[in-house]
Write a protein that binds this ligand. Structure first.
Ligand code: HXC
Length: 522
């Protein structure tokens, strides 16, 4: 009896060893070698590299797809093509999953989906971010509707987790068909240059259906999605670079919507004043300057992590710290399209504002906006609808909101870019601020058209009127007299004033009227 028992125990132990070995082997030596020959890491290697040393704990290692009918070869692999679990990043809990491309191309079966769903459920229950490493051919074709059902379960959880815990997706290889929609529902997408692609319909199908010839990279590579479509937010030069960027981004984020971002000790003096800022804005209102430099001179250690760096460059969005406190920055970039608002920049800004608001990250705006981009294309592409997104996002945000008007705050764009009247907690202006319905040139053309036409020297008369208009309207004093500005400050004071403002606002409590949810103009 004892011998039989020992024999059974030995068999069980051998089976467990075999399962462990099979799980670790992924799709087998040959496929792993092929994968690595493409310069890629395996799913487990990625997780080990990403998380704090030895912190990864795998769950669901032995999960497998349904057994094949009797008589058919069992090709199932423990883990079913996705490695799931949890670990820490800088000591903070993070839930993770990594698709294993060597197992049936990382495709999603219903069990594979169930593993990802469990990670999302646990992340929501325990209030920690989720990071997904995505590399997948999409729905596992052999599974049919079960795979689609599995995907739907994932999408529902991504949606429920949105605004509850930060969700980050790193695209590590092909991400095809249904595989794209889970990342698309998450907060930030990272792509690796020349080795990751996202597309709903691949090149083969395009060739057959639309006769378009396109490579994977041209269709959905990192350059396309971070520079053209705006689908992805960060482009990394290598897998290692992507992991570094994700860890860096997590540093700015809270664990969940009920907690605040960690305040880090800062070596940068909170009272530091940078006099270079005093001469950074050119005298000529039509000349550009680099808003990136303004931001970097003000924030802790010049560290500004841009989001969507390569897309809609006329607006800058990203994370920085002010005296150790994480802030979300939205700013115009006068060097690109003079910093106008347009379809893409409105969408970029709106999504960023909503993320910060969902996760208790105060917003700091640096404003220099001449208005909305005029043009038939813009109107026909729906600049009204898209501009309204940014307006809506600022209006509904209840986190601390501070605006610094650096130069232009013209027309509708003034209303969009977080003025006092849409809920800014504090509005500061530099002496260079010009707050008006429109720029002097345009305004004079409208108001004094007849007078200019009738003048002996229309050019001279117009120049005089422009000068008069500028003196009267395009300075911050009228807005300050009306109480629309809280203060006019010297540019070099901006850092200490912002730090002081954020301290003053740290316990801000603001409520929206009770509702199920608003209806942002999508
Ligand atoms: C089952 C798949 C698969 C799939 C790839 N494989 N896609 N198995 N279902 N959807 C398998 C391959 O048979 C192969 O198995 C392994 O994964 C690696 O694939 P390769 O083609 O050898 O790799 P590569 O050349 O790198 O090309 C990768 C790829 C390509 C670009 C992803 O495989 C591809 O285009 N696959 C089809 C993508 C697609 O159309 N997906 C949409 C599915 S429908 P072996 O055994 O040889 O290793 C869908 C709709 C869901 O997703 C909708 C929900 C909203």
């Amino acid at each position: 009896m004892a011998d039989a028992y020992a024999e059974a125990a030995q068999a069980l132990s051998a089976r467990l060893d075999q399962l462990r070995t099979d799980a670790l082997a992924g799709g087998g030596e040959e496929r792993v070698a092929r994968h690595k020959a493409r310069g890629k890491y395996t799913a487990r290697e990625r997780l080990e590299m990403f998380l704090d040393r030895a912190s990864f704990r795998e769950t669901g290692r032995f999960v497998m797809d349904d057994a094949p009918p009797k008589g058919q070869t069992d090709t199932r692999i423990p883990g079913d093509g996705v490695v799931t679990g949890y670990g820490t990043v800088d000591g903070r809990l993070v839930y993770v999953y990594a698709q294993d491309f060597t197992v049936m191309g990382g495709t999603v079966s219903h069990r594979h989906a169930a593993k990802i769903c469990r990670i999302l459920d646990q992340a929501m229950e325990n209030g920690a971010p989720v990071v997904g490493f995505v590399e997948s051919g999409g729905a596992r074709i052999q599974e049919g509707v079960k795979s689609l059902a599995g995907y739907s379960e994932i999408f529902r959880r991504n949606t429920l987790a949105s605004g509850v815990v930060p969700q980050l997706s790193i695209i590590m290889g092909p991400c095809a068909g249904g595989a794209v929609y889970s990342p698309a529902l998450t907060d930030f997408i990272f792509m690796v240059e020349q080795s990751s692609q996202m597309f709903v319909t691949g090149p083969d199908v395009l060739r057959a259906v639309t006769q378009e010839e396109v490579t994977l990279e041209e269709l959905g590579g990192a350059a396309v999605h971070t520079g053209r479509s705006g689908v992805a937010h960060f482009s990394a030069s290598s897998e290692e670079d992507a992991l570094f960027l994700v860890r860096q981004l997590l540093g700015y984020l809270p664990d969940n919507n009920l907690s605040d971002p960690v305040i880090l000790p800062s070596k940068d003096d909170p009272l530091r004043q940078d006099t270079t800022l005093d001469s950074l804005v050119p005298d000529n209102p039509n000349r550009g300057y680099d808003m990136l430099e303004v931001i970097e001179r003000i924030v802790d250690g010049c560290q500004f992590m841009q989001v969507h760096e390569n897309w809609a460059g006329n607006i800058l969005t990203g994370f920085a710290r002010l005296h150790g406190r994480a802030v979300g920055i939205v700013a115009q970039q006068p060097q690109v399209l003079a910093g106008v608002l347009d379809v893409n920049s409105s969408q970029k800004g709106a999504r960023f504002v909503r993320f910060c608001d969902a996760f208790n990250i105060p917003l700091v705006v640096f404003e220099d906006v001449p208005g909305f981009l005029p043009g038939v294309d813009q109107e026909h592409e729906g600049v009204i609808r898209h501009g309204a997104k940014l307006l809506y996002a600022f209006c509904e945000a209840t986190v601390p909101k501070v605006t610094v008007i650096v130069r232009k705050a013209y027309g509708g764009a003034y209303c969009v870019m977080n003025p006092r009247q849409t809920g800014a907690d504090l509005v500061l202006a530099w002496p260079t601020a010009e707050i008006a319905v429109m720029g002097a040139d345009g305004a004079v053309n409208v108001i004094f058209r007849r007078e200019i036409q009738a003048a002996d020297d229309p050019i001279q008369r117009k120049a005089e009127l422009v000068e008069e208009y500028r003196d009267r309207f395009t300075n911050p004093f009228i807005a300050a007299e009306s109480g629309y500005l809280d203060d006019i400050i010297e540019p070099h004071e901006t850092r200490p004033r912002l730090i002081n403002a954020l301290e003053m606002l740290q316990n801000k409590q603001a409520q929206l009227p009770p509702k199920k949810h608003g209806n942002i103009p999508l």
